[in-house]
Design a protein around this ligand. Structure first.
Ligand SMILES: [Zn+2]
Ligand SMILES: [Zn+2]
Length: 254
């Protein structure tokens, strides 16, 4: 299986996961046209995707999901809470499939395991993808780690892990105090140090790729995220990859 990001950060998120001939889009936080341009960079067209899977209703994850899926004629999988929390979902809809935040499901050859996370949305989940032998764990938009998150992500072959901000940069930066509290809070976003501690708590023995994702452009720098994750892995900083807002990252294979 392989995976690639179309862009990652507070301006929009989307990730393609491919197992066998099946491709699933995880989140669609860009407009339907923009997603088309970004898919082209990977040599893909909208019709190459089998489904859209959405983590939660914040616009950087769901903005283009319904329109894109309707045009491509594919289904959108999301929790009941995410559907309720998405006002844009009341208009013309693609086929929507409600998921249970603890129950695995499959889209053709892609096995998908949702798991709940603490984040300030109605019913946010994150996902582990598998082709039956390898596993890709994705975790963004969580204010804290939990024992359940750590059990779920242990033993993965690849991880895409939120490194939203550097705590010092957030505190010293010019966000309003309320926004600083939200971002740093237990239902906000992981900082570099929290992401490193989470990674250190996992079984890392199978990891072939670790990608830092959802970096804040105002409150983080790629080298700080790399430093924190490399320290937890005991690896060279250059081994850690960073997903960017404009480019995401190119195909990685597991
Ligand atoms: Zn987000
Ligand atoms: Zn969010």
């Amino acid at each position: 299986m392989r995976f690639a990001s179309l862009g990652s950060g507070s301006q929009g998120n989307a990730l393609v996961v491919e197992c066998g001939g099946t491709r699933v889009l995880l989140d669609c936080g860009f407009g339907a046209r923009e997603i088309g341009f970004r898919l082209e960079r990977l040599g893909l067209e909208p019709s190459d995707l089998a489904a859209v899977v959405v983590t939660h209703e914040h616009s950087d994850h769901i903005a283009g999901a319904f329109k894109f899926a309707r045009r491509a004629g594919i289904r959108v999988f999301l929790t009941h809470g995410t559907l309720q929390g998405f006002p844009g979902g009341r208009g013309e809809r693609p086929q929507v499939v409600p998921i249970d935040s603890h129950a695995s499901f499959a889209v053709d050859g892609v096995e998908i395991r949702p798991y709940p996370v603490p984040h300030d949305a109605r019913e946010p989940v994150q996902f582990v993808f598998s082709d039956g032998s390898s596993r890709l764990g994705v975790l963004t938009d969580t204010g804290a780690s939990t024992p359940h998150i750590e059990a779920t992500l242990s033993g993965c072959d690849a991880l895409v892990l939120e490194c939203n901000h550097d705590r010092g940069m957030l505190e010293a930066g010019d966000y309003p105090a309320q926004l600083k509290r939200r971002v740093a809070g237990r239902f906000g976003h992981l900082d570099n140090e929290q992401a490193g501690a989470l990674l250190a708590a996992l079984d890392r023995s199978r990891l072939k790729h670790v990608v830092a994702a959802h970096l804040s452009q105002a409150n983080n720098r790629p080298h700080l995220a790399r430093q924190a994750l490399a320290a937890a892995m005991g690896c060279a900083e250059t081994w850690i990859q960073v997903a960017t807002q404009n480019e995401g990252f190119h195909w990685l294979e597991i």
